[in-house]
Design a protein around this ligand. Structure first.
Ligand code: GLC
Length: 375
């Protein structure tokens, strides 16, 4: 059996963690034994452990600006790589790539970096990515062709594209009835923005678009599923209810906060919206909505452009443009037939982004990258 040691930082369940869990669940049937090392503790660590996946809790802080913390984290990671008997180390995200890449090198084990953030998207992220560029990896994997092209252009990397996969078990979970949850009439047509609350993810654009169409569609209700994650941009998340009030739609909007069962909520809404202003590396919510057979609207950027055939398996609108998003919403709010036909075509297209296909692709990578065994 090949043993893969995943290294994750957060302990909170964002998109990168959801695909990590989907991958880890699908590896044992393919002869790969996953172990997940977490630098920090958090609710996601227990969720992974509860599934019977081996977990290592390193309990170390690793601020990149603190040389002392980095030394301690490096030692803890080298020990984890050695004691786990890993054949491959697979860090999740650029910061973990930097830390675990060098730790794997010290321990003499090949590392496969799995990157989830767009290149040069923020100053801090960009500097980390430049450092990742000079870290020794056997292979670098990104979740979309858009990401592969962007990393080639910005950082002269040649990453392998493995599309993120949606776990059929997550999609099969019993739907949560969002109408009764929010106290809305049962015949409400519900449009949901799903994603962590950060300015670039565009929940405010969604609220503005909702305000543009609310008076035209009396049955329409708007759900914001997500919260501030990883401790980022709390003020932005906190500012959104006030924005809804200012736009005059507070009584039509419900905020759920972060939900680890977001797919079960999505299963009972009519339209899923992804409103990113900047290129989305992949857009897991889009793939999840498609797997659930939902009508989905996303911005014409990065991953969602690859996932959606505009007008057939979803609708693409201009990024950061509430009026264009409102126009897309009108098309879907006006016709339940349009929603069902988009949803049906989306469900079919979603086979491309299954967790099984993702796991198959990684197993091939492990086979060509694992350190040769001497018997
Ligand atoms: C990050 C990206 C998102 C992607 C996810 C998994 O959360 O922002 O686009 O779907 O990672 O790769």
């Amino acid at each position: 059996m090949t043993r893969v040691l995943f290294v994750d930082g957060a302990g909170e369940r964002g998109g990168a963690e959801r695909v990590l869990l989907a991958l880890a669940r699908h590896l044992p049937a393919r002869g790969v034994d996953p172990v997940v090392a977490f630098l920090a503790d958090g609710p996601f660590v227990d969720e992974v452990a509860a599934e019977g996946i081996a977990v290592l809790r390193l309990g170390v802080a690793a601020r990149l600006r603190s040389p002392w913390q980095l030394r301690v984290a490096h030692r803890a990671l080298v020990d984890a790589v050695r004691s786990s008997g890993a054949d491959i180390v697979q860090p999740v995200g650029e910061k973990m790539a930097l830390l675990a890449g060098w730790a794997a090198r010290t321990a003499g084990v090949p590392a496969v970096a799995w990157l989830h953030d767009a290149p040069m998207h923020s100053v801090g992220g960009g500097l980390t990515q430049i450092a990742v560029r000079f870290t020794p990896f056997a292979e670098v994997v990104v979740p979309s062709s858009w990401m592969a092209a962007a990393f080639a252009r910005w950082l002269r990397l040649r990453p392998t594209c493995v599309l993120n996969g949606v776990d059929p078990d997550d999609v099969a979970a019993a739907p949560v009835d969002v109408r009764s949850m929010a106290g809305w009439p049962p015949n409400s047509v519900v449009v949901a923005h799903v994603g962590r609350l950060q300015h670039w993810k565009g929940a405010d654009v969604f609220l503005r678009a909702a305000a543009e169409v609310a008076s035209e569609f009396a049955d329409a209700r708007f759900l914001v599923v997500g919260g501030a994650l990883y401790g980022w941009e709390r003020e932005y998340a906190d500012s959104l209810p006030a924005l809804a009030a200012e736009l005059g739609v507070a009584d039509r909007v419900h905020f759920t906060g972060h939900r680890s069962d977001a797919t079960a909520l999505m299963a009972s809404v009519d339209v899923v919206v992804h409103a990113s202003r900047k290129p989305e590396p992949f857009g897991l919510v889009v793939a999840e909505a498609q797997a659930l057979g939902r009508a989905v609207i996303a911005t014409r950027t990065g991953g969602p452009q690859e996932l959606i055939a505009d007008g057939r398996t979803g609708v693409l609108v201009a990024p950061g443009d509430a009026t264009d998003l409102a126009q897309g919403l009108r098309r879907l709010l006006a016709s339940s037939e349009a929603r069902s036909s988009l949803g049906a075509a989306a469900a079919e297209a979603a086979q491309r982004t299954s967790a099984g296909a993702m796991a198959d692709a990684f197993v091939e990578i492990y086979a060509r990258r694992r350190r040769p065994t001497h018997v």
